[in-house]
Write a protein that binds this ligand. Structure first.
Ligand code: GDP
Length: 331
């Protein structure tokens, strides 16, 4: 692609990322997170250059309500991976951070030990824009982390709203972290989230082992009633104590088993192909919407048309048709 030329400074950046240099990785992610138009162009060229070095990590999505123990779990799990000689990156999609300016990973006290590990890279959620914008940047950051040689990339999200679907749409395996006593019935969990889960973990099993086992059994039977996403994988329900580091190795074994099973069946490659195409269409949709709203003819006709529709003077169908026709001059 001729238009995707790298400027010399970014050529060094690509080299630095591929060599796994931390500073280069952080800089590259800052570039992809930027909303400035010239930065977006540079970021596109950078990602294009990094693409051949991506695709080799296991992409894990992780969700759970605040307090479920996500950061404690990620720290224990990340340190376990590092002990196995692996490199781990942690990213976050936090839709609330765009409003509060904070971030679920912004708090420096979270994952203190993992933060200090040479083989770990932790990045808070980009704090600008809509969920779609945050998700796009996280997807790009994920690719940069892969190019930098991270064997595992964890994308964390809080268990509220739409962000789970978005994270499941950019990862290979989706993990739901649960609390044993968060309401005795499964109705406390949104059905949509259960359907996304490839692995469920009951954390804090140290507090009440019996409650954790009971909750796990209920979850197993509830999951068995759902249509599984893969004919080769029935989502397992595990127990762990992130605080004590118990059950963490079993989680990693399960995730490897998931990867091996779905790689052998070809489903993982198919999932990634589908995700790439979905992403492309999302970007096209967003781009078209943006161009539409920025089109001079649309801009000038919009106030009158929306007023006419709101007042009942024009049907939405006619209005939409006319407005879209204004775009014809554009192409
Ligand atoms: P997050 O909001 O999901 O990231 O949850 P945190 O990791 O911040 O954990 C919330 C609280 O639960 C903290 O006080 C943790 O120390 C505690 N916690 C996390 N995991 C466990 C666990 O396995 N057992 C116990 N007893 N406490 C835990």
């Amino acid at each position: 692609m001729a238009e995707l030329g790298l400027i010399p400074a970014d050529r060094d950046l690509v080299e630095g990322v591929v060599a796994g240099r931390r500073r280069a990785l952080a800089k590259a992610i800052t570039l992809v997170e930027s909303t400035r138009a010239d930065h977006r162009e540079r970021a596109a060229a950078l990602l294009d250059a990094l693409l051949p070095h991506t695709g080799r990590s296991l992409r894990i999505g992780l969700t759970g309500v605040p307090g479920a123990g996500k950061s404690t779990f990620i720290e224990a799990f990340g340190l376990h991976l590092i002990e196995q000689g692996l490199k781990v990156a942690v990213l976050a999609v936090d839709p609330s951070s765009s409003k509060s300016g904070g971030s679920i990973l912004g708090d420096k006290t979270r994952m203190e030990r993992l933060c200090q590990a040479e083989a770990a890279f932790i990045r808070p959620s980009p704090s600008a824009g809509t969920l779609g914008g945050v998700a796009e940047k996280t997807r790009e950051a994920l690719l940069v982390c892969e190019a930098a040689g991270h064997d595992v990339v964890i994308v964390e999200t809080v268990g509220v709203g739409q962000s789970e679907t978005v994270v499941a749409g950019m990862t290979d395996v989706f993990v739901l972290l649960q609390l044993p006593n968060a309401g005795d019935d499964l109705q406390a969990i949104k059905k949509g989230i259960m359907e996304l889960a490839d692995v469920v973990i009951y954390n804090k099993a140290d507090l009440d082992a019996t409650a954790a086992e009971r909750a796990a059994m209920q979850m197993r039977s509830a999951l068995s009633l759902l249509h599984p996403a893969s004919p080769n994988w029935q989502p397992p329900v595990l127990r762990a104590s992130a605080l004590r580091g118990e059950g963490i190795a079993a989680v990693w074994r399960t995730l490897q088993e998931y990867r091996d099973t779905l790689t052998a069946s070809g489903e993982l490659a198919e999932k990634r192909r589908r995700q790439s195409l979905d992403w492309m269409w999302q970007l096209i949709d967003a781009g078209l919407r943006h161009r539409f709203r920025e089109h001079p003819a649309v801009k000038s006709a919009l106030p009158q048309t929306t007023a006419a529709v709101a007042d009942g003077g024009m049907t939405p169908t006619v209005a939409a048709h006319r407005m879209l026709n204004l775009m014809n001059r554009f192409f």
